[in-house]
Design a protein around this ligand. Structure first.
Ligand SMILES: C[S@@+](CC[C@H](N)C(=O)[O-])C[C@H]1O[C@@H](n2cnc3c(N)ncnc32)[C@H](O)[C@@H]1O
Length: 258
C-alpha cells in the first residue's frame, strides 16, 4: 500500500484476519494480542492515507462467541484514522414468524454446541470514513414501502416507492456442494455483501477500489460486476491469490446481473 499514491482510492471493502485462530493455509491467525492490535491500527492508517477525503472504508469483522467485544475493540483502534459513520449488521441467517406466526428460517450459519453461547448468525460491517461526512446512495439499496400510504405521507419520498433499507442486511452464503472446489478459503464474505457496499457508496463515484486482504477475491468479483474501472487487491497467500484471479476471469466470462 505504501506504493500507492495518497488520496488515490475511492472505496475500500475488506475483511482482515480477526486473530481468532482461523485456519488459513499460510497466515497464522494467532498473533500476540497487543502486537495484533498495533498492526491493525497501522494498516488502517496506511488505508487512510490512500483513501480520498470523501471515500469509504467498509470493514467486515466477525467475532467469536467467547470474544464478543473484538469487533468493537478493533473499531476503537481506528479512531485515530477514521470516523465511524454507519454500523451495518450482516445477517447470515434469520428466523422470522410469518403472518400466521409460523417461524421460517433462511440462510446458513455454523452451529455451535454450547450450554452458554448462542449460534452466531451475524457479523459487522463498519462504514468508516475520513470525516464522517461521506455521502451515500441510500436508495441504491432501497426497498419498496410495505405500507404504500407512506409514499404520499413523507415529502422525502418525492412520490417514489423506495425507502432506505436500513442497517440490517440479510446476505446469505450461496449454497455449495464442495467447499474445496467452490469456496477454498476459511473466512470469506459473499460477493453480494461487497456489491452492497459499492452500491451504498455510489457506483458512479467509485473510480478505484481497494481490498488490502483479498482472500479468494470476492470484493474483486463484486467490483467487476459493478463495472468499477480499477481494482487493486493484496493477498499474501499465493494459492488464494491464484483462486481470486481465476474467479475474476470467470466472472468476466460469465457476467452476473447485480
Ligand atoms: C478474512 S480473509 C479475507 C477473505 C476475503 N474477504 C474473501 O472473501 O475471500 C483475510 C485474508 O488476509 C490475508 N492476509 C493476512 N495478512 C495479510 C497481509 N499482511 N497482506 C495481505 N493479505 C494478508 C490472509 O491470507 C487471508 O486470506
Amino acid at each position: 500500500m505504501a506504493r500507492l499514491d495518497t488520496a488515490s482510492v475511492d472505496l475500500i471493502v475488506t475483511s482482515p484476519p480477526y486473530n481468532l485462530g482461523i485456519a488459513y493455509s499460510k497466515y497464522s491467525d494467532r498473533q500476540d494480542r497487543a502486537a495484533y492490535l498495533q498492526w491493525f491500527a497501522e494498516w488502517a492508517a496506511a488505508a487512510r492515507r490512500v483513501l480520498k477525503s470523501d471515500g469509504s472504508l467498509f470493514l467486515n469483522v466477525g467475532a467469536s462467541p467467547s470474544n464478543p467485544l473484538l469487533p468493537h475493540e478493533l473499531v476503537m483502534q481506528l479512531r485515530a484514522s477514521f470516523v465511524l459513520q454507519n454500523t451495518i449488521h450482516w445477517i447470515k441467517a434469520i428466523s422470522i414468524e410469518d403472518d400466521v406466526g409460523e417461524p421460517t428460517s433462511r440462510g446458513h450459519f455454523k452451529p455451535i454446541n454450547s450450554p452458554r453461547f448462542l449460534n452466531d448468525c451475524h457479523e459487522y460491517v463498519f462504514h468508516l470514513t475520513p470525516e464522517g461526512k461521506t455521502p451515500i446512495d441510500r436508495l441504491a439499496l432501497g426497498v419498496p414501502y410495505a405500507d404504500k400510504s407512506n409514499i404520499a405521507r413523507w415529502d422525502h419520498t418525492a412520490g417514489t416507492d423506495l425507502r432506505c433499507r436500513g442497517n440490517t442486511w440479510f446476505v446469505p452464503y450461496e449454497t455449495i456442494k464442495s467447499r474445496d472446489k467452490q469456496r477454498p478459503h476459511p473466512a470469506t464474505f459473499p460477493v453480494q455483501l461487497a456489491v452492497n457496499c459499492i452500491k451504498l457508496h455510489g457506483i458512479e463515484r467509485v473510480g478505484t477500489m481497494l481490498d488490502p486482504f483479498l482472500g479468494i477475491g470476492n470484493s474483486a468479483v463484486a467490483a467487476q460486476q459493478c463495472g468499477v474501472p480499477k481494482f487493486i487487491g493484496f493477498e499474501i497467500d499465493e494459492a488464494y491469490l491464484a483462486e481470486a484471479k481465476r474467479r475474476v476471469d470467470e466472472a468476466a466470462r460469465v457476467p452476473s446481473p447485480i
